[in-house]
Design a protein around this ligand. Structure first.
Ligand code: NAD
Ligand code: ZN
Length: 238
């Protein structure tokens, strides 16, 4: 008997590009690479620069709206067509929630939250504010607050839950992610190394570095390709 769909979706910066939030690749900020700026070494060396950078990203992303790709994922989840639906996003924007997605984790954190840089135990707080070099935010314990995002050089959040969900899916869909940022780039290879068959599908502008592990590679804009693909997945047995 055909199985019902147990879908694991991994999204990257590409799914939000058409909402006006640029990907990191090929772009810069004040002459610095985003990969250098969004790095733990930059935070440790120069938290003022780091806050200026994240403040500008907060401002740029504030008016962004979900696009048809975010909406298509939320609609599939809501439709009840899946036995399980799980969304793992690397994005720090809130566009999946804004579209109505529910069962999701932000493994790279959330840009509109801040937390204590010394991890004093106080929980992260919602924070849409922007800060300049002379008004950096402080925790009640006296330490600096930092953006609640996973910087390059740090370990992503919620990986235990993510690996548990990976073990349960029968279909894996990656959208708008380059296949070169670890550890997520290794998810698809990990699935293909297991005895249980998992269908693996990629959607993005260009072939990812890990294309070899995908059964289907659909090249194009997420907002155009995802709505018909989600309809197809909803009606085809896994
Ligand atoms: P990435 O590795 O996820 O690469 C982005 C991919 O999206 C590229 O392969 C690109 O070809 C593809 N892409 C671009 N436009 C697309 C479109 N319209 N449709 C489909 N695919 C498209 O991410 P990155 O840019 O190297 O960023 C690294 C990390 O930085 C991310 O994982 C995230 O944590 C953070 N980031 C977040 C945001 C956000 O929250 N929106 C944006 C940029 C970067
Ligand atoms: Zn603190």
């Amino acid at each position: 008997m055909a199985e019902r769909l147990r879908l694991f979706v991994l999204t990257g910066a590409g799914i939000s590009a058409e909402s006006g939030i640029p990907v990191f690749q090929g772009t810069q900020w004040r002459g610095h690479s985003h990969y250098d700026l969004a790095n733990i070494d930059t935070w440790n060396r120069d938290p003022k620069l780091s806050w200026e950078y994240y403040s500008e990203r907060r401002t740029r992303g504030r008016d962004a709206k979900p696009n048809p790709a975010h909406v298509a994922l939320a609609e599939l989840e809501r439709s009840g067509a899946c036995e399980r639906f799980f969304l793992c996003t690397q994005n720090v924007d809130g566009l999946h929630e804004a579209a109505g997605s529910q069962n999701l984790v932000h493994i790279h954190g959330k840009i509109y939250e801040s937390r204590c840089a010394q991890d004093c135990g106080r929980p992260a707080v919602t924070d849409y504010a922007v800060y300049s070099a002379d008004n950096l935010p402080r925790c009640e314990c006296g330490a600096l607050m930092r953006p609640n995002v996973c910087l390059f050089g740090e370990i992503p959040f919620d990986l235990d839950r993510v690996f548990e969900e990976l073990g349960r899916c029968n279909t894996f869909l990656a959208v708008g992610t380059s296949g070169s940022v670890q550890p997520v780039a290794g998810f698809v290879a990990e699935l293909k190394s297991k005895p249980a068959y998992v269908t693996t599908i990629f959607v993005g502008l260009e072939e990812p570095s890990n294309a070899y592990y995908f059964d289907e590679v659909h090249l194009g804009k997420a907002s155009e390709l995802l709505p018909p693909l989600m309809k197809k997945l909803a009606t085809t047995p896994a």
